[in-house]
Design a protein around this ligand. Sequence first.
Ligand SMILES: [Mn+2]
Length: 235
Amino acid sequence: MKKIAIFSDIHGNLQALNSILEAIDKEDFDEVICLGDVVGVGPDSKDCLDVIMDSNIKMVKGNHEIYQTNKELAKKLLNGVEYAHKEWVRLTLNDKEMEYLKNLPIEYEELINGQLFTFSHFFLDDTKEYYITLNILGGKEVFDVMNNYETDYMFMGHSHEAFTLKNRGLFTCVGSSGCRKDNVTFYTKVTIDEKNVRIDKKEVLYDRKAFERAVLKLDYPDRERAEDFCNIVTR
Ligand SMILES: [Mn+2]
């Protein structure tokens, strides 16, 4: 039997990250995988990244990590305030952290009991270098993309709402653990044995008040996005 813990889209929510890792620590997982977007949106990108770097967690790149390492692409894709936010995050990161981001894989694959497991922040195009922007629940388009994936199980993030779609393989979006609207976050527990693959969402409480304080004490570019995604009332 193999047990894997997965989470994604922490987005600078240090309180949620710490609570998830504490919960994961209590169980004997064989692997812990973070599906990207550790940085951006919330107030504590650098600290969250340091926690991941100091752990044995396997991480893949999300678009927010790509924005940090590919300035040209960030310029092309982001509007003024989004770019200002990216630069604000960038100025907090040192060379070691930037090097870590540059070296992250975009996809991670593992063969378990003869079945292929794919871990990635989002759907990738044929070059496996860039991702496909699509409305993730947009019907036929999504199924066309899934048809190009030679895998049995895929786990991804990016969409902040969790969902599972069945095609040739089983595609699970684990959702965002950092952009939460209350004091509950979660990780995904995958239990794999000879016969079954079981996927459970495990809820975890985190220090919501400390998170809100961390957002509100800093006046950073595009803070409104964090307020909006996390339902933080400023007045
Ligand atoms: Mn993303």
